[in-house]
Design a protein around this ligand. Structure first.
Ligand SMILES: Cc1ncc(COP(=O)(O)O)c(C=O)c1O
Length: 375
């Protein structure tokens, strides 16, 4: 019988206590007592026995509004930004429509777009400046274009958009009456955080999340903000009609209430880690780091010059060193075979392990590739 392919996620979850989780841009730096105390309180009150208030905790909605700083645009809570992205694609796109987007990108959104019958027009951005530009977006717009997908900062590359570029792209959306889907999941890590809604409030749908900034990925809570009409149109596709998980709401409330106290240190440590990841990777022959410094909490390590496959590197690092980075194949149709992505909102000890695991794994894989095949 053929051996089944290695299931990295199954392996990593089974060994989660030993794994340095650098594969999903999650955040392991938020002081844990903030969420623990809030959720323990809710558990003691047995709040899980009842449904949540379906529209979402009013204080939480106020905090989200204040955090984004776009007062006129009401937020809608969903089970992570992911559910918002699905609802937006279903509500605003149909067969034949086109969306201007990029490759690499967070392709899960592209899948939702395709499910609605629309197609993405992926501009190749695997060259400087490693992001969309207003000029390229303008050129790509055709009669079928309905939407521009602006992920800022961009997973997986870690590139981000200067304020003037966001403004220029927002103006294009406004002039052409296009929806601007502005996914700001990694906004808190950005060097120039800018919301497109500031420039095109009617056209922009902002998708936000507390998975990455607040370290709550496992609780599944996020949402979108748009004009009240748009929110109503998109909310028709809400399947989570009885509200978002009550414990997730309690955790998000506690995290957002205290965010100003700890986010600065989270970002500082993340950036210091990013420096070390980049220095380690760049010192290995055949490896380059296309975008530095990252504007997010992840970066890609281009391993094309090593002749090794990203999947082999992912597996070697995970199995031998317990360091989980992600191969690029689900993030780029054209370039996914060239890179692994490493995220680094992690304790410095995880970065120490990466600094050993990455060069050693590449050395071991190269040595194996050179060894004569056993007969
Ligand atoms: C660009 C982008 N958008 C959305 C998400 C989904 O986030 P959430 O955990 O809020 O569903 C991710 C997760 O990695 C992401 O990278």
């Amino acid at each position: 019988m053929a051996t089944p392919p290695f299931d990295a996620f199954r392996y990593a979850h089974a060994h989660r206590r030993e794994v340095a989780w650098m594969s999903q841009n999650t955040n392991h730096l938020v002081p844990p007592q903030i969420v623990r105390e809030a959720v323990e309180g809710a558990l003691r009150e047995r709040r899980y026995e009842g449904y949540p208030y379906a529209s979402g905790d009013p204080e939480l909605l106020d905090l989200v509004r204040a955090d984004l700083g776009i007062p006129g645009l009401p937020p809608f809570l969903t089970a992570g930004g992911t559910e918002s992205l699905y609802m937006i694609a279903r509500a605003l796109l149909g067969p034949g429509d086109e969306v201007v987007s990029s490759d690499p990108s967070y392709f899960i959104i592209h899948r939702f777009i395709e499910l609605s019958g629309a197609r993405t027009r992926n501009l190749d951005i695997y060259a400087p400046p490693y992001r969309l530009t207003a000029d390229r977006v303008r050129e790509a717009i055709g009669p079928k274009t309905r939407m521009i997908l602006l992920i800022d900062p961009l997973n997986p590359i870690g590139s981000g958009y200067p304020r003037e570029e966001v403004r220029a792209i927002a103006e294009i959306a406004h002039d052409h009456h296009l929806t601007l889907l502005n996914d700001v999941t990694y906004r808190d890590f950005s060097r120039e955080p800018t919301l497109a809604a500031e420039f095109a409030p009617e056209e922009t749908v902002t998708v936000w999340s507390v998975s990455k900034n607040c370290g709550l990925a496992g609780l599944r809570i996020g949402g979108f903000s748009a004009t009240p009409d748009r929110v109503r149109a998109i909310a028709r596709y809400n399947t989570n009609d009885l509200g978002v998980n009550v414990l997730a709401q309690v955790a998000a409330l506690a995290a957002l209430r205290s965010k100003s106290k700890w986010i600065g240190e989270v970002v500082r440590q993340t950036r210091a880690n990013g420096e070390r990841v980049t220095a380690t990777a760049s010192s290995v022959e055949g490896v380059t780091v296309p975008v530095h410094p990252s504007w997010a909490n992840m970066t890609i390590l281009d391993v094309a010059g090593t002749g090794l496959s990203p999947e082999a590197i992912q597996e070697e690092m995970l199995r031998v060193h317990g360091v989980f980075v992600r191969s690029g194949n689900y993030l780029s149709a054209t370039h996914g075979g060239k890179f692994v992505r490493a995220s680094f909102s992690n304790p410095p000890g995880d970065i120490d392990r990466f600094a050993t695991a990455f060069p050693e794994s590449l050395r071991a894989l190269r040595a194996r590739a050179m060894a004569p095949a056993a007969v």
